[in-house]
Design a protein around this ligand. Structure first.
Ligand code: BGC
Length: 253
């Protein structure tokens, strides 16, 4: 059965992807369209690519969009792995002007987290869920009783005197040529620190490397149950579309 449609765009370090989303199934309603992220990835250049992605589908309605940084009410506040010129950018204003559509911009891991809780690996769980995305950086989403606590930035927890993502992100594994065992030991330290602070009921692990979870997830030692993400690389698009649609239909206060 198919249902109401939304639209999600996922702004990543190498690609900007978008697709219409079936909000009943929590899945893409069409094949996603991807364009490379411009270099340098300045706000104006990225906004123009977002417009091209929307134009590709002739989507004219409001849309959701992920961004890999803290986004507070549309304002980009950090830039750990993106062009520094984004800091202080009002992403809602920028994308509304560049695309002529109404955007809702959210942190990338928050969008993925919402998708996993609504439709994926944490569906139906009513406790404290942490979704952790392992990629260039480490993203996090904290969802309590189904409600997102935005911008938790748990990838920047200090673990053994280091910014956690600098040692435990998937990019660190690749950069340092770590074996699955060596990387899993770092992830164990990271997730143990995290679970001692938040006592989640479940940790969902996403990011591209979750596709190969059978190689390493069982090596990570935690007291909390760890499961791979279910939505894989569509999670950001699906979550952003769901959040944008909800925002649009919220009663005025
Ligand atoms: C950023 C987060 C982002 C994560 C994954 C981190 O470096 O600080 O905002 O969610 O990378 O992209």
């Amino acid at each position: 059965m198919s249902g109401e449609r939304g639209f999600g765009v996922d702004i990543g370090g190498s690609g900007i992807k978008g697709a219409p989303v079936d909000l009943h199934r929590g899945d893409l309603a069409d094949e996603r369209f991807r364009l490379p992220t411009p270099e340098p990835s300045t706000p104006a250049a990225v906004a123009d690519v977002v417009r091209q992605v929307l134009d590709h589908f002739a989507w004219t309605e409001p849309f959701g969009c992920t961004f890999p940084a803290v986004v507070q009410h549309g304002m980009v506040c950090t830039a750990a792995n993106v062009d520094a010129s984004w800091i202080g950018t009002d992403a809602h204003k920028l994308l509304a002007t560049a695309t002529g559509r109404q955007p809702l911009v959210v942190n990338d891991a928050d969008a993925a987290g919402v998708a996993e809780v609504r439709f994926g690996a944490a569906k139906g769980l009513d406790g404290v869920v942490v979704v952790s995305t392992l990629g260039t950086g480490i993203g996090s989403a904290l969802i309590v009783g189904g409600k997102l606590v935005p911008n938790t930035e748990l990838g920047h927890l200090d673990v053994d005197g280091h910014d956690a993502e600098s040692r435990a992100a998937d990019a660190a594994r690749e950069r340092e040529g770590l074996s699955w065992e060596a990387w899993a030991a770092r992830l164990s330290r990271y997730f143990q620190h995290l679970e001692n602070l938040f006592w989640p009921d479940l940790i969902v692990v996403g990011g591209g490397v979750s596709k190969r979870a059978d190689r390493w997830l069982h090596l990570v030692e935690t007291r909390t149950k760890l499961v791979p993400a279910a939505l894989r690389n569509s999670a950001g698009i699906v979550g952003a579309a769901a959040l944008a649609t909800e925002q649009r239909t919220k009663p005025m206060r």
